[in-house]
Ligand binder design. Structure first.
Ligand code: G6P
Length: 365
């Protein structure tokens, strides 16, 4: 068991540390610099088939669903195809319209989540086409789908997903690149993304070197009754996943909101006891994120920012990550939030690998 934990005290901490290799595993052999695209051997659809797709719908549960929100945005922005993600558990109960021109994607680390598998069967029963984005080779969802993308992230043992989340995001980036290049994405943009993807493993390793500031920030959350996580557009699913990690690992209540919705309700709860994590990459929305921080500060709320440079006078702590291409920054922005939840959990003495009431894989309804 010690060997499997690679010298770490917990599987979760090891799996956070594994992420450079996990992401490298997802990328291995799939980037084609010459044609500025991604090769995905598990998807046997010709460029002509792929061009008939009119929409993309991503289905998954828990963190897999959140990775799907990131994935849908990547596909929509890079391939210019309308795309969205929905919890697989909800989808199958609402008698959804299944459209033959929609590409359905089922995302799952284990490949055994009951609700996700049931959603796959529901789509197929109505004549839809489903591809898997799955980590465990030969799992039920992988076998049920018509093909797909294996994550090759290595085993994930801890109940809360970390490396599979980011490996899934990277798999969606590969698919977005592939779909984009049979549609309107230019070779120059394809090359830009390939360079960005190749940089990710080393950049994740850099984030993991800077744990001390995260450990300090974690104290705020361990002492708090509740926390907010906010972000805009690409930052919002990272806020959702960050809040999910804090809930699962520390049992501290956390809620994610689009930063733009702050004034429509959550601002009423801001107080010195309630810290807010603001996902604030250096992009075209940075001024909007700064103004959200100002609004929180004005009401005495502690602010922990995650971004590319410090927010002096606005954030109490800034967790700084290296910059990549704007489409790929999400992967890096989420990593300090995994560490934040881990340290909050340690401070509170929780069972980080096996949180109460949760299971790694929910194989029943
Ligand atoms: C459970 C786990 C989560 C996971 C979800 C989906 O709820 O506790 O960590 O994200 O299932 O699992 P899957 O294997 O389908 O990705």
């Amino acid at each position: 068991e010690d060997y499997e934990k690679g010298g770490y005290e917990h599987y979760l901490r090891k799996e956070i540390a594994d992420q450079p290799q996990a992401v490298a595993g997802t990328l291995r052999g799939r980037l084609d610099e010459r044609f500025a695209t991604a090769h995905l051997g598990g998807i046997e659809l010709s460029a002509r088939d792929l061009r008939t797709i009119r929409r993309v719908k991503i289905l998954g549960c828990g963190s897999a669903y959140y990775s799907g929100i990131v994935g849908a945005e990547l596909i929509e922005s890079l391939a210019r195809l309308p795309a969205d993600a929905e919890p697989a558990s909800e989808f199958r109960y609402r008698n959804p319209v299944i459209d033959p021109d929609t590409l359905y994607l089922a995302v799952s680390q284990s490949g055994e989540t009951f609700d996700t598998l049931a959603a796959v069967h529901e789509v197929q029963r109505k004549g839809g086409r489903v591809l898997g984005v799955v980590n465990v080779v030969g799992s039920s969802i992988a076998r049920a789908c018509e093909g797909g993308i294996y994550l090759h992230a290595g085993p994930e043992v801890s109940v809360a997903s970390t490396k599979a989340f980011n490996a899934s995001v990277v798999a969606f980036a590969l698919l977005a690149l592939h779909l984009g290049r049979v549609r309107d994405l230019s070779p120059a943009d394809g090359k830009r993304l390939i360079t960005g993807l190749e940089r990710l493993p080393d950049q994740i390793a850099t984030v993991l070197e800077d744990e001390e500031v995260v450990r300090q920030a974690a104290q705020r959350f361990a002492d708090a009754p509740s926390a907010f996580y906010i972000g805009r557009v690409r930052g919002y699913p990272i806020a959702l996943e960050g809040a999910q990690k804090l809930k699962e690992l520390s049992y501290v209540h956390a809620e994610a909101y689009p930063a733009s919705e702050l004034k429509h309700g959550p601002l009423a709860l801001i107080s010195p006891e309630m810290p807010t994590v603001v996902i604030a990459p250096d992009d075209h929305l940075i001024d909007k994120n700064r103004s959200a921080m100002e609004q929180i500060k004005a009401r005495g709320g502690p602010v922990v920012a995650v971004g590319h440079s410090p927010f002096a006078g606005l954030a109490d702590e800034t967790l700084i990550v290296p910059k990549n291409e704007p489409e790929l920054d999400s992967v890096l922005l989420g990593v300090p939030l995994q560490l934040l939840a881990y340290h909050a959990s340690m401070l509170l003495g929780r069972d980080v690998d096996q949180p109460r009431n949760l299971a790694k894989s929910v194989t029943v309804e």
